[in-house]
Design a protein around this ligand. Structure first.
Ligand code: SF4
Length: 212
């Protein structure tokens, strides 16, 4: 039986991509297979531009010894007053597919959640996930080649959007890398989308409006 290590669980609005603005519980798993999360390892990591802290556990995370216990903790974050109809959980990280398994998917479904996952695409997604968002990284082999949403951090040396032709998604987003060059990255992403209209711009709304 899997023990799940969770960085944090919180209720917010989805800040980016196809479901931008949608109320959701965010389940941020600890750990990633493309970077340790430690600054001393960043330069040697496969993925070098991560802007997320996924190391260890915050007070609203922790270790969960079984799927039912974690599903209950997630359900407790969904406000009772808003009813059950739109229950939605976004499984993210770190890399959520190191831990998201059939037992947890089943436990969340049993509590009426629709399940989204935000993955780097290096691990196949188990059955039962309702929305798959793949965000591929240069230098990492993509194993999940089908998704509802492809969200490419842009620009990435060695991974231009036209290199993703094998990939089948319903929606295609370029998201400017959030670093000290974010304004230039945004300008480049806007130009690319306007010249290649299959792609749309995704900005990180939560950072603009001060959402968690
Ligand atoms: S794959 Fe995602 S979570 Fe992992 S280091 Fe890169 S951006 Fe961060």
């Amino acid at each position: 039986m899997m023990t799940y290590t969770v960085k944090e669980i919180f209720y917010t609005l989805q800040g980016e991509g196809a479901h931008i603005g949608r109320p959701a519980v965010f389940l941020r798993f600890s750990g990633c297979n493309l970077w340790s999360g430690l600054e001393k390892d960043r330069a040697a990591a496969t993925c070098k531009f991560c802007d997320t802290d996924f190391v260890g556990a915050n007070p609203d995370g922790g270790k969960f010894p079984d799927a039912e216990g974690l599903a209950l903790a997630i359900e407790e974050k969904w406000p009772k007053a808003v009813g059950d109809e739109n229950k939605y959980v976004v499984c993210t990280g770190g890399e959520p597919l190191l831990q998201l398994d059939e037992a947890l998917i089943g436990a969340l479904k049993g509590r009426g959640f629709k399940i989204a996952v935000e993955t780097n695409g290096t691990i196949p997604v188990p059955g039962g996930v309702d929305w798959i968002c793949v965000s591929p990284k240069a230098g990492a082999e993509i194993k999940q080649l089908v998704a509802h949403e492809l969200k490419l951090a842009f620009p990435q040396a060695g991974l231009m959007p036209d290199k993703l032709e094998k990939f089948a998604a319903s929606e295609y987003f370029l998201q400017p890398v959030f670093d000290e060059h974010v304004h230039e990255n945004t300008r480049l992403a806007i130009s690319y989308c306007m010249e290649n209209p299959r792609w749309r711009l995704s900005v990180q709304m939560h950072k603009l409006v001060g959402l968690r």
